[in-house]
Ligand binder design. Structure first.
Ligand code: DX5
Ligand code: ZN
Length: 249
């Protein structure tokens, strides 16, 4: 019950409009024994979004975290005044049954893979009807044509620059061309749609990714893998490096 109380105090005051670059640390590479602390510190260091990777050992060959952890993390964030949206990346099949659970658990954005849903429009509707932002995720070999009839229901397009399932993989260079294509579709639509990249993003390649039209940058090992000291400022330098690289892009 106290969770609900804290939630009522929490204003969803983030804006999806494309006015700034968002850095979205993937907590897949955080220390799960101190997840709340890692999230609090990385947001305090200037990151914008909590990227929450949900894997089911079915759609992808790995098993991670679900609504219980999302709920607990959200309550912690509200209590501690950590103001950042939770961006839930569903790598699960089927999709629909779990959407309501994540909506109740404090997710702000839910994205899913079109191949994992029998009814893509219906799944997007479930997310939107719950009052959340919705998006589709495109694996390296998945066509952007899935967007054609649902652009009006989309708030985010997520381009995978690795095959989903694990952190720490190498960035697939062809993703840059796909980002450019997605950027063109977004600009033509005239809608406020975030363009997100996920997989192998580091301070070293983030400028090239931005130049291809991306505005939302997921990075797991590129952020959490860099910090070894225990102090609260341990993410300052990597987030600053990324911001500087983005400013030069
Ligand atoms: C991969 C996940 C990613 C992953 C990114 O399936 O969706 O979010 O954590 O990790 P890095 O940045 O290490 O490639
Ligand atoms: Zn992800």
């Amino acid at each position: 019950m106290h969770g609900l109380f804290y939630r009522l105090l929490n204003l969803r005051c983030f804006n999806m409009a494309k006015q700034e670059n968002w850095i979205a640390p993937s907590i897949l590479s955080a220390d799960f024994s101190q997840l709340g602390k890692d999230v609090k510190d990385v947001i305090a260091s200037g990151a914008d979004v909590v990227h929450f990777d949900v894997m089911d050992n079915h759609y992808v060959p790995n098993l991670t975290i679900g609504p219980l952890v999302c709920d607990s993390l959200k309550n912690f964030m509200v209590r501690e005044g950590v103001n950042a949206p939770i961006d839930v990346h569903l790598m699960v099949k089927p999709v629909d049954r779990i959407i309501g659970d994540f909506a109740s658990a404090g997710a702000d954005i839910i994205t899913f893979h079109p191949e994992a849903s029998e009814h893509i429009d219906g799944s997007l509707g479930l997310i939107k009807n719950a009052g959340l932002k919705a998006g589709l995720v495109f694996n390296p070999a998945t066509s952007l044509s899935y967007l054609e009839h649902v652009m009006d229901k989309i708030d985010m397009i997520l381009i995978m620059s690795v095959n989903p399932g694990f952190g720490g993989q190498a960035f697939i260079e062809q993703s840059l061309e796909k980002l450019r294509q997605a950027r063109q579709l977004i600009d033509t639509s005239g809608r406020d749609i975030r363009l997100e990249i996920d997989g192998g993003v580091k301070a070293e390649n983030i400028a090239a990714v931005a130049a291809a039209g991306c505005d939302t940058f997921v990075s797991g090992s590129g952020i959490f893998g860099k910090a070894n000291a225990a102090d609260a400022n341990r993410y300052d330098s990597i987030i600053k490096q990324m911001r500087d690289a983005l400013a030069s892009a």
